[in-house]
Design a protein around this ligand. Structure first.
Ligand code: CAA
Length: 413
């Protein structure tokens, strides 16, 4: 498959974007600060999204979704995040938690769980990270032990976004401690399963309107049909495949966050007067706004390109997903920081809406893989690709090939 992909927007995708904007303007923008202060979930906006069928856009038609793809998801998440970045992740985490079932579930598991997600009846969470296993996702310690009745999960997970609201939690656990590549399996846990509980809700710097929990799996007995895919040992691959498809959603959160911060900065710069004129008239402010706009636009189109590539069924979206996530989230932090600067002293005050964008933006560089991990993923893929062709290798004089030889370079974390 070519590296170039058409980015075309179907009527359905554009309609999802328009509907998301409508919900954002009506329910998110006016209430974002309130939900941030109260650390409360915007149930009204979520219900509106469910009623509109938005929870089904990434779900195949045979399981009750509309199958409008990752690009439709990105367009909606961008609009939500522009008005309230916390709601953007609260919505997108349903994709993160259900994509493992799409990429790895048996037909029975898909038929049992996906329709309720598509209808908005079940919310999802993705329980991968642990206290001592964040970037090193393979280093988990939650155990999944086989017994006569199926599998027993034991241990604790950390940073489970939506953990206290989710009905379906995809949980990754060690089922074969001796194996290197087949150490981990994924399980579908229901929040009503005895032994599953919330240990605490995190007190966060940003995205305060979405609950992030420490989750406990205390001898959670699961029947065999809860083992994702029906076979043990596939969990790490399923987690990586899921992140490849979910990272465009994080990139879209970042684009929306940057776009919202930019919109506020432009609006404020047009109203705030100093030295007898709106500060938007000063070239230093104009340069800042212009750079913020360029960066946001570049992040937006990389995100769309990534989403379109995923929807085209490309085999390997790992590199572009890492690029989109890393680039867009770095942009979001930069743009939100500059937006605070445009607001001056008022930007530092919580009375104004911009401080929240600054606080909300930071997590984007951390979750779903830190941006250091994204750069490792990008570099590994670059080196691997270079080893698969030698067009450029052939034009480097032989005497220099000892110091530059892509086929010989191996990349380690
Ligand atoms: N797709 C399919 N398979 C993949 C893959 C991919 N994208 N990436 C790796 N694999 C496979 C490899 O081929 C390899 O398979 P074999 O053993 O058969 O050869 C296996 O997985 C192990 O791969 P690596 O050797 O590359 O694994 P690693 O231990 O070096 O780690 C890593 C790779 C990229 C650093 C990975 O650990 C990683 O992505 N870490 C970040 C985790 C992360 O994003 N966590 C966030 C969790 S979600 C969250 O933030 C909370 C929330 O609720 C929002």
């Amino acid at each position: 498959m070519s590296d170039l992909h058409d980015i075309t927007f179907s009527d359905a995708q554009l309609a999802w974007k328009a509907k998301a904007k409508e919900i954002a303007i009506e329910h998110l923008l006016p209430n974002a600060l309130k939900h941030d202060r109260e650390e409360s979930f915007n149930e009204v906006a979520f219900a509106a999204a469910c009623d509109a069928g938005m929870l089904g856009v990434w779900i195949p038609k045979e399981y009750g979704g509309s199958d409008d793809g990752i690009l439709a998801l990105a367009l909606m998440v961008e609009e939500f995040s522009k008005a309230d970045p916390a709601f953007g992740v609260a919505f997108a985490v349903n994709a993160l938690g259900s994509i493992p079932i799409i990429v790895g579930g048996t037909d029975e598991q898909k038929a049992k769980y996906l329709p309720s997600v598509a209808k908005g009846e079940a919310s999802c969470a993705f329980a991968l990270s642990e206290k001592f296993a964040g970037s090193d996702a393979g280093g988990l310690s939650v155990m999944g032990t086989k017994n006569d009745d199926g599998w027993v999960l034991q241990g604790e997970k950390k940073w489970t976004t939506n953990g206290s609201r989710a009905n379906i939690i995809t949980c990754f656990a060690v089922t074969d401690p001796e194996s290197r590549s087949r150490r981990i399996s994924a399980f579908i846990v229901e929040s009503t399963d005895p032994g599953f509980s919330i240990k605490k809700l995190e007190n966060k710097m940003g995205i305060r309107a979405v609950p992030v929990a420490e989750t406990i799996f205390d001898n959670v007995q699961l029947s065999d049909d809860r083992l994702l895919g029906g076979k043990p040992g596939l969990g790490f691959k399923h987690s990586m495949m899921t992140l490849d498809l979910a990272r465009p959603g994080v990139a879209a959160q970042a684009v929306g966050t940057a776009a919202g911060a930019l919109e506020l900065a432009v609006t404020y710069a047009g109203r705030r007067k100093q030295f007898g004129q709106p500060i938007a008239g000063f070239q230093m402010i104009q340069a800042m706004l212009a750079d913020m706009a360029q960066q946001t636009e570049a992040a937006r189109w990389l995100t769309y390109a990534c989403a379109a590539k995923a929807d085209a069924g490309a085999k390997n979206v790992t590199k572009i997903a890492a690029m989109a996530k890393c680039f867009a989230t770095d942009v979001a932090v930069k743009v939100a920081t500059d937006a605070v600067q445009v607001f001056g002293g008022y930007g530092f005050m919580e009375d104004y809406p911009i401080a929240k964008y600054y606080r909300d933006a930071k997590i984007l560089q951390l979750y779903e893989g830190t941006n250091q991990i994204q750069r490792i993923v990008i570099a590994r893929n670059l080196i691997k690709e270079a080893s698969q062709h030698d067009h450029y290798n052939s034009v480097i004089p032989n005497e220099y090939q000892d110091s530059f030889g892509a086929p010989e370079v191996t990349a380690n974390v």
